[in-house]
Design a binder for this molecule. Structure first.
Ligand code: FMN
Length: 301
């Protein structure tokens, strides 16, 4: 196969790099030329993070404020497929990835080109992907597929373990009690199955049925409770981001946001979800199905 594929991604822990390796394995095995590019911002984000820097990344993540990236040279000017590996930060594509998608030179590379997005996150990627869809449309790229790998553990366990992982850099079991953070090794290996599917469409150069097939294979799985939280939280984060980004002294505001977030996730969300489950959800099943189908897809409305 003489197809040229670019796989571009950002990663701090290496997790997304492992996902990209697994996912692109079948493409390379079939003879496609897979050029991998790991991008990096000029001003590095620390890993492990400190708490203030972690929450300090919220406004620019949410508002998609581009940061300068280390310059890079691509081997080609055009590819048959571009794979974009991203991680959500505060329900938005991470700053390095949103910066890349706004770079004029990169926009020229993905113009009129099939793009597959691949993410590795805790469990909330829907809003970030909607923002990606808009950025890709602005670049005249053709989003043909999306794969979202998540931490399959319970929402509260994964909240504890992601903070532990991000703030210590250790991807192991906190106190020997909590599950291992992040996407499981098994799910990372399984990403090659989705790579196989993408390979078949690359060979045919026909992308029409790719995303429905990926949905069937559970490459994306929109869960109601996360969709519900994201739809509400996305709007609230935007309000916080707009307020904080205008402040000269941000520290107090960011501390307030941190507590707001923890209270919203741990106390408000379970109460609101319970009320919703009793009063609204049972009567909205058609609308919920429609929304799930939309977020599983690659269209933008
Ligand atoms: C600042 C920050 C914000 C994050 N926000 C989210 C989020 O909104 N939703 C989510 O599912 N995961 C979130 N995560 C987890 C990341 O998406 C990702 O899984 C993790 O950072 C590991 O990615 P890596 O490959 O860059 O190491 C966040 C991580 C960081 C560092």
């Amino acid at each position: 196969m003489s197809k040229k594929v670019l796989a571009v991604y950002f990663t701090q822990s290496g997790q997304l790099g492992e996902i990209i390796d697994s996912f692109t394995g079948p493409l390379a095995a079939a003879g496609a030329t897979v050029e991998k590019l790991q991008i990096s911002p000029v001003n590095k984000f620390p890993f492990p993070w400190s708490t203030p820097v972690f929450f300090g990344a919220m406004p620019e993540s949410v508002l998609l404020v581009p940061a300068e990236l280390e310059s890079f040279q691509l081997k080609e000017t055009h590819y048959d497929l571009v794979i974009i590996g991203f991680q959500p930060w505060f329900l938005s594509p991470s700053i390095p990835v949103s910066s890349l998608l706004q770079q004029p030179a990169f926009k020229a590379v993905i113009k009129d080109t099939p793009v597959v997005t691949v993410s590795g996150c805790r469990n909330m990627w829907i809003n970030a992907q909607e923002k990606n869809k808009r950025l890709l449309r602005n670049a005249d790229a053709k989003l043909v597929g999306n794969i979202a790998l998540v931490d399959q553990h319970n929402n509260y366990a994964s909240l504890v373990t992601i903070l532990y992982w991000m703030l210590t850099g250790k991807k192991d079991r906190k106190w020997g009690i909590f599950p291992k953070p992040g996407v499981s090794d098994q799910d990372i290996r399984h990403a090659s199955v989705f790579g196989e599917t993408v390979k078949e469409h690359l060979l045919k150069d026909d992308w029409t049925e790719l995303q429905p097939r990926l949905v069937e294979q559970k490459a994306v799985n929109v869960k109601y409770q996360y969709m519900f939280i994201e739809r509400k939280a996305g709007r609230l984060f935007l309000i916080w981001a707009n307020i904080i980004s205008k402040k000269k002294k941000r520290t107090g505001w960011l501390v307030a946001f941190k507590y707001y977030l923890l209270i919203a996730l741990c106390i408000a969300a379970p109460i609101i979800l319970t009320v919703d489950a009793i009063l609204f959800k049972p009567f909205l099943s058609k609308r919920i199905q429609r929304q799930k189908k939309y977020y599983s897809g690659v269209e933008l409305i």
